[in-house]
Design a binder for this molecule. Structure first.
Ligand SMILES: NC(=O)c1ccc[n+]([C@@H]2O[C@H](COP(=O)([O-])OP(=O)(O)OC[C@H]3O[C@@H](n4cnc5c(N)ncnc54)[C@H](O)[C@@H]3O)[C@@H](O)[C@H]2O)c1
Length: 404
């Protein structure tokens, strides 16, 4: 199959752990809504039981069981797929994606695209050299709730000109390092960083969707949780070394300041707030502060009027043309994972840019890396110096370890 074929795309799921379950639900949502633009032909995971589980789930959706592989190289050799949906730990994103792209497959990579800026650039270069579609899997921006609130702020002008954003979440909620999905998340060499770049990848993408280009970032961070992680992948027993507490000030080119404070290691009374202040009112994001507007938002205007989540959403949906609806909510789906999968499939079938390509993924990733680089350098850093790789002190040990 080539990118100009109108046939069904054969999709491989690479990495069949936690989040791949949400991707499978996305496949199901599309299938139930009538989409037949792709068929899942392979499930690949070094843990065979994980691949088998997803293969069985997918067989129930599409009536055909994807082949199970425990080696990506064997899957590539079998030639059973045109495209891959990568759901691996961050340290494997670049090696997996580059190998798949070099084997001629189109690739969608879970956020954050690569483990470092350099790794992300290597993935982008592989897509360009092989002339293959590269997408970043980012679900938050695609929910009808998030799209509605972004529209309310940017197109509708509901709260006027943006003046300040204050996002804070503080709690004592230690990771469960006995859970295999959390072991690699505590070790910088495997994850690239803590939640600044894990859940923070969603945050970074959404604030860029909402407020445009970042100018500079100032950040302090601490790692209070240094427990021993037993039997981590690749490295064995290791002390946790990723940040669990930070305070960042992000200045956008528009002049807007976003304050972003988080800890999962502070005792006592927790708190969470996500407030967006404009010249004509304030919006509050509902749900997890890190995933801006995933659960929608409410507004209070300068004359005291309260605007509900439902009002914002129905006004937004009424503003869309039919072609816009068909692209933003394909087949009527409002599931962020379903929409990202469809967007990737449709982009490669029609040889168009996906909504979030590799460079868009790199821009979100760079904002996260700006926080790390600022904390290590002890100064405010410019977005551009991190984006183009001039500043990479924090990332250097990771690049060296993985020979990136
Ligand atoms: N969009 C979201 O809301 C969201 C939420 C959680 C995780 N994620 C992202 O999804 C990705 C995966 O996270 P997860 O929580 O599913 O991790 P996980 O640890 O639960 O799953 C990773 C899977 O990859 C497998 N694996 C490891 N090395 C492999 C290799 N070389 N070849 C094939 N399989 C291999 C593991 O056996 C495991 O099944 C990460 O990029 C993470 O940031 C996104």
């Amino acid at each position: 199959m080539t990118e100009h074929d109108s046939g069904t795309v054969r999709l491989a799921l690479v990495g069949c752990g936690g989040i791949s379950g949400a991707h499978v639900n996305g496949y199901k949502d599309l299938y139930v809504h009538g989409c037949r633009e792709f068929v899942v032909t392979a499930c690949c995971d070094v843990r065979e039981e994980n691949a088998l589980k997803r293969s069985k789930e997918i067989a129930e959706i599409q009536g055909i069981a994807p082949a199970v592989f425990t080696s990506q190289a064997a899957m590539e050799k079998a030639g059973v797929a045109d495209a891959a949906d990568i759901c691996l730990p961050h340290c494997f994103h670049h090696s997996s994606a580059i190998s798949l792209l070099d084997a001629g497959l189109h690739v969608m990579v879970e956020k954050p695209i690569g483990i470092t800026v350099k790794a992300s650039r290597a993935i982008i270069a592989a897509a360009e050299r092989n002339r293959r579609t590269l997408a970043t899997a980012e679900n938050i921006r695609r929910y009808v709730t998030a799209r509605s609130c972004a529209w309310a702020i940017n197109q509708r002008g509901l709260i006027g000109d943006m003046r300040l954003v204050n996002i804070q979440s503080i709690s004592f909620s230690p990771f469960d390092y006995d859970n295999p999905a959390m072991k690699w998340r505590g070790i910088k060499l495997l994850t690239g960083g803590g939640m600044i770049m894990d859940s923070g990848a969603h945050f970074a993408d959404m604030v860029e969707v909402l407020f445009g280009d970042v100018d500079e970032v100032s950040c302090t961070m601490s790692a209070y949780d240094n427990r021993l992680i037993k039997d981590a992948p690749i490295l064995g027993d290791q002390q946790a070394d990723v940040e669990d507490t930070w305070h960042a000030v992000i200045r956008f080119k528009s002049g807007l300041h976003v304050l972003w404070t988080h800890s999962r290691s502070l005792y006592g009374q927790g708190m969470s707030t996500a407030s967006y202040y404009g010249s004509k009112g304030t919006m509050n994001a509902l749900g997890f502060a890190f995933h801006p507007f995933q659960n929608g938002g409410t507004a209070v205007l300068d004359d005291g009027t309260a605007v509900t989540n439902e009002q914002i959403q129905s006004e937004y949906l009424a503003s869309l043309t039919e072609p816009q609806q068909a692209t933003l909510f394909p087949y009527g789906s409002t599931d962020g994972f379903a929409i990202e999968v469809w967007d990737f499939i449709d982009a490669l079938r029609n040889n168009r840019k996906p909504e979030m390509d590799g460079v868009d993924g790199l821009r979100a990733k760079t904002l996260c890396e700006c926080c790390y680089e600022s904390a290590v350098a002890g100064r405010t850093v410019k977005f551009d110096e991190v984006f183009d790789g001039r500043l990479s002190e924090y990332q250097r040990p990771i690049d060296e370890y993985w020979h990136i």
